[in-house]
Design a binder for this molecule. Structure first.
Ligand SMILES: *[C@@H]1O[C@H](CO)[C@@H](O)[C@H](O)[C@H]1NC(C)=O
Ligand SMILES: *[C@@H]1O[C@H](CO)[C@@H](O)[C@H](O)[C@H]1NC(C)=O
Ligand SMILES: *[C@@H]1O[C@H](CO)[C@@H](O)[C@H](O)[C@H]1NC(C)=O
Ligand SMILES: *[C@@H]1O[C@H](CO)[C@@H](O)[C@H](O)[C@H]1NC(C)=O
Ligand SMILES: *[C@@H]1O[C@H](CO)[C@@H](O)[C@H](O)[C@H]1NC(C)=O
Ligand SMILES: *[C@@H]1O[C@H](CO)[C@@H](O)[C@H](O)[C@H]1NC(C)=O
Ligand SMILES: *[C@@H]1O[C@H](CO)[C@@H](O)[C@H](O)[C@H]1NC(C)=O
Ligand SMILES: *[C@@H]1O[C@H](CO)[C@@H](O)[C@H](O)[C@H]1NC(C)=O
Ligand SMILES: *[C@@H]1O[C@H](CO)[C@@H](O)[C@H](O)[C@H]1NC(C)=O
Ligand SMILES: *[C@@H]1O[C@H](CO)[C@@H](O)[C@H](O)[C@H]1NC(C)=O
Ligand SMILES: *[C@@H]1O[C@H](CO)[C@@H](O)[C@H](O)[C@H]1NC(C)=O
Length: 577
């Protein structure tokens, strides 16, 4: 060995020295995921196989490290490297060439030299890379992991993808890992690692079998059936994965990772019963099944949905239906009624009216009920005033006043003159029951009392004892009216007109004494009384009557007796006879 190699902790490399290049560096693009990140860097030191953990940080094109990472070549610490070239090998693999930021002057070469690091990166995940330091063609240097050394010590052009030609190892190359700080991805123990000289790694011909179609899935992406190809399924709408894997990758063992995905139909939760509703139809509780409700009679939907469908998101479409009781409108007050009972204005509530006193229902309904269609049964009650029937004319009566024939109207009768109420009512009022108060007035003719017999009188004519009937008396013979009335009429006041007739015996005038006569008997001077004379002795009746009787005409029967001396009278009488 004609130059010294210094292993510097932690990034241990075999360092070759190069003549300083004055050529402008090429462009380099680091893998996107590496940039501007701090990485936990694990490797094994080639010289003593000691595991080391430290950190590295990539900027856009610069590799830096905390003070703990540096390259010290013959005493010079190089702790910053700039990427000058890259080569993309595949989706996951690339090679990047770094050039030391400072020159190196020690070693077998004279003058300022730069160091070159050639890294072959493999991306495992966004958070995990591994890389190898590519070998130098000069396999006399052990370990054979180093920056490249172009043949003939010629200085390479910066634009060359320098690393691509250098991949010779005399010993097993050491894998180095980069784990993004704060993440946990690790390289699986059974991972098929790309070794540095496979170029490109993924060209291994590993193929998995075609997969059978999977029920209820669609394939959303398939890159192929070769190693690391993936197939991605999605459960069709309304189905969800219950077991197996939606993404499967062809593994190095030619088996697909994971297992057959099983997509099963989505089910929604059972729905609680809905108040005041019935289920009219239900197909089930799986995706696209529907349940249909109907509010029960008298209830209506106020919010929510009467039909709900099980959706792909395991939820029912719409929202819980709310059935609320139907309410009818308030009713206006009704003329001439009172409300006797009202339970409310909801379905099946009732309102009951009564016509006020004196009014009766002529149309409509006294009880109405709130129906399911929000209207009240029946119709507005119409209460009209009660009317009593017209009254027939009343015999022997006149109507003196009448206000009408409706409730509380009155009619007043008066019996005509000579008639009086014997039963019923002269004033009647129309009552609430459509009957007139009281009863039919009966006017009957007035009757005067029977008259007692009148002394010394006879009844000559009598028409009766009623109003305007007359009774006529006559005093019997020998009697005459001295007071009262011989004719009396029954008056409206039930009294007989006039007054009781009084018939008294007729009296003849006292007779003057008769000359030459004496009264022998005398019973009195009244009717039929007699007076008897006798001519005095010596005297003889020459004319007149010795007995006289008081006659009905108040005259004495006969004539005045005349008594004269007997001889004179005798001779004369004889002579004349
Ligand atoms: C450098 O890397 C970029 C991004 O990965 C890529 O597009 C480009 O082709 C690479 N350069 C070469 C020469 O492979
Ligand atoms: C690096 O080493 C540390 C400490 O041993 C460990 O926790 C971490 O998982 C390792 N990283 C990887 C990618 O193996
Ligand atoms: C796929 O569905 C069909 C028809 O429904 C059925 O016969 C078959 O058993 C199903 N296959 C699997 C693997 O479940
Ligand atoms: C298909 O899958 C591959 C690998 O996971 C991915 O790189 C690619 O972007 C996907 N294609 C689509 C269209 O999603
Ligand atoms: C690949 O799959 C077959 C069938 O499932 C199984 O018998 C075999 O052990 C698997 N191979 C590996 C390396 O896991
Ligand atoms: C109720 O009575 C009032 C006053 O008599 C009248 O103006 C109104 O028209 C009546 N209403 C009905 C519905 O008959
Ligand atoms: C009111 O009407 C309801 C329904 O018809 C009935 O159940 C209740 O007994 C009535 N109340 C009265 C005080 O009449
Ligand atoms: C409400 O229902 C009753 C009985 O079915 C019917 O007679 C009436 O016309 C309905 N009213 C309306 C507004 O539909
Ligand atoms: C009304 O008068 C009629 C006929 O006189 C009678 O039959 C009926 O009972 C009366 N009504 C009442 C409520 O008194
Ligand atoms: C009727 O006669 C009786 C007895 O004579 C008398 O008291 C009464 O006042 C009379 N009535 C009238 C209305 O004249
Ligand atoms: C009664 O006597 C008077 C006087 O003598 C006489 O004028 C009259 O005519 C008599 N009457 C009768 C009815 O005879």
């Amino acid at each position: 060995m004609d130059f010294k190699i210094l292993f510097v902790n932690p990034m241990t490399v075999v360092i070759h020295l190069y003549v300083l290049s004055t050529v402008t560096d090429a462009n380099c693009i680091l893998p996107q995921e590496l940039r501007n990140m701090e990485w936990i860097y694990n490797y094994t030191r080639p010289d003593n196989n000691q595991a080391v953990t430290t950190t590295l940080e990539f900027q856009n094109t610069i590799l830096t490290s905390p003070s703990s990472i540096s390259f010290n070549a013959f005493g010079t610490t190089i702790d910053a490297w700039t990427c000058i070239s890259n080569l993309t090998l595949s989706n996951t693999e690339s090679v990047v060439l770094f050039k030391s930021d400072v020159s190196y002057t020690d070693g077998p070469f004279s003058g300022s030299r730069r160091l070159y690091l050639c890294m072959k990166f493999t991306k495992v995940t966004d958070n995990l890379f591994y890389f190898y330091l590519l070998s130098d063609v000069d396999n006399t240097i052990v370990p054979n992991e180093r920056v490249f050394n172009p043949p003939g010590n010629s200085i390479p052009a910066d634009t060359e993808p320098l690393c691509s030609t250098f991949c010779q190892y005399s010993t097993e190359p050491k894998i180095r890992t980069l784990q993004k700080t704060g993440t946990t991805d690790v390289v699986p123990s059974d991972a098929a690692l790309c070794t540095p000289c496979e170029n490109p790694c993924e060209e291994q011909v590993v193929a998995c079998q075609d997969l059978d179609p999977v029920n209820f899935t669609t394939i959303t992406n398939q890159t192929g059936t070769n190693y690391q190809d993936t197939i991605t399924y999605a459960c069709i709408t309304g189905y969800k994965l219950t077991s197996g894997s939606l993404t499967r990758q062809c593994m190095a063992n030619e088996n697909w990772s994971g297992s057959i995905p099983v997509c099963e139909v989505v089910a929604c939760e059972d729905l609680d019963p809905v108040n005041f509703a019935t289920i009219t139809a239900q197909t089930g509780t799986n995706y696209q099944d529907t349940i249909t409700y109907a509010c029960i009679t008298g209830y209506e939907l106020t919010s929510g949905s009467l039909t709900r469908q099980c959706m792909a998101n395991e939820k029912w479409s719409g929202s819980l239906p709310v059935c609320e009781v139907v309410a009818c409108q308030d009713l206006d007050p009704v003329n001439f009624t009172t409300i006797t009972n009202q339970t409310g204005t909801n379905y099946q509530d009732t309102i009951t009216y009564a016509c006020i006193t004196g009014y009766e229902l002529t149309s409509g309904s006294l009880t109405r009920q709130c129906m399911a269609n929000e209207s009240w049964s029946g119709s507005i009650p119409v209460c009209e005033v009660v009317a009593c029937e017209d009254l027939d004319p009343v015999n022997f009566a006149t109507i003196t006043a009448q206000t009408g024939t409706n409730y509380q109207d009155t009619i007043t009768y008066a019996c005509i003159t000579g008639y009086e109420l014997t039963s019923g009512s002269l004033t009647r009022q129309c009552m609430a029951n459509e009957n007139w108060s009281g009863s039919l007035p009966v006017c009957e003719v007035v009757a005067c009392q029977d008259l007692d017999p009148v002394n010394f009188a006879t009844i000559t004519t009598q028409t009766g004892t009623n109003y305007q009937d007359t009774i006529t008396y006559a005093c019997i013979t020998g009697y005459e009216l001295t007071s009262g009335s011989l004719t009396r009429q029954c008056m409206a006041n039930e009294n007989w007109s006039g007054s009781l007739p009084v018939c008294e015996v007729v009296a003849c005038e006292d007779l003057d004494p008769v000359n030459f006569a004496t009264i022998t008997t005398q019973t009195g001077t009244n009717y039929q009384d007699t007076i008897t004379y006798a001519c005095n002795t010596g005297y003889k009746l020459t004319s007149g009557s010795l007995t006289r009787q008081c006659m009905a005409n108040k005259n004495w029967s006969g004539s005045l007796p005349v008594c004269r001396l007997g001889h004179h009278c005798q001779s004369r009488r004889r002579r004349w006879r």
